[in-house]
Ligand binder design. Structure first.
Ligand code: HEC
Length: 143
């Protein structure tokens, strides 16, 4: 059987931008979201990821989804984001860290594969993730 191997340097298909675009872009677009329907991520992920609790929340969103109502960037959202358990820990961490790098915080906070693994091991409902967010918002007001 012929197996085609991509040369090591040719990892375009796993580039952070590609992973974001193919998994998240359909809803969050270039990061700006859709006002009133899908919250923006640009300029927010770095600020949410600034604390360990914030990183745990972001990892929980990817592993469990999130179902509001929530308020993001001053606007209410009441939709549901599906979970992304089919992504590997590394892929999910790569996407979130890449989003974090798009913000103003320098150096950008990094989300580690271990953060994703911890969230993966703790299956909760999308509604519980929204509750986790509400608690986080009281502790560290979210952008
Ligand atoms: C099918 C559409 C859809 C896709 C695909 C999607 N999201 Fe979402 N996302 C949403 C919606 C809708 C919300 C808000 C849910 C709510 O109202 O509670 C959300 C919320 C979020 C939040 C929480 C924002 C906050 O302010 O708390 C993060 C982080 C996030 N998405 C990241 C991602 C990432 C990263 C991907 C790709 C791996 C992704 N989303 C893919 C629709 C989507």
């Amino acid at each position: 059987m012929a197996v085609f191997m991509l040369p090591a340097g040719c990892s375009r298909h796993k580039s952070p931008h590609y992973l974001y675009g193919s998994n998240c872009g359909i809803c969050h677009h270039g990061g700006e979201g859709m006002a009133g329907a899908v919250p923006p991520l640009s300029g927010r992920i770095d600020r949410i990821a600034a604390t360990p609790e914030g990183r745990a929340y972001l990892a929980a969103v990817l592993m469990n989804g999130v179902s509001g109502p929530i308020r993001a960037a001053g606007m209410p959202y009441s939709a549901e984001m599906p979970l992304f358990r089919y992504l590997s820990d590394q892929e999910a961490a790569t996407i979130l860290s890449w989003l974090s790098q798009q913000g103003q915080t320098k150096p950008a906070p990094e989300i580690k594969p271990e953060d994703i693994a911890a969230a993966r091991a703790h299956r909760i409902s999308a509604g519980d993730v929204a509750e986790m967010r509400a608690k986080l918002d009281l502790q560290h007001p979210l952008p």
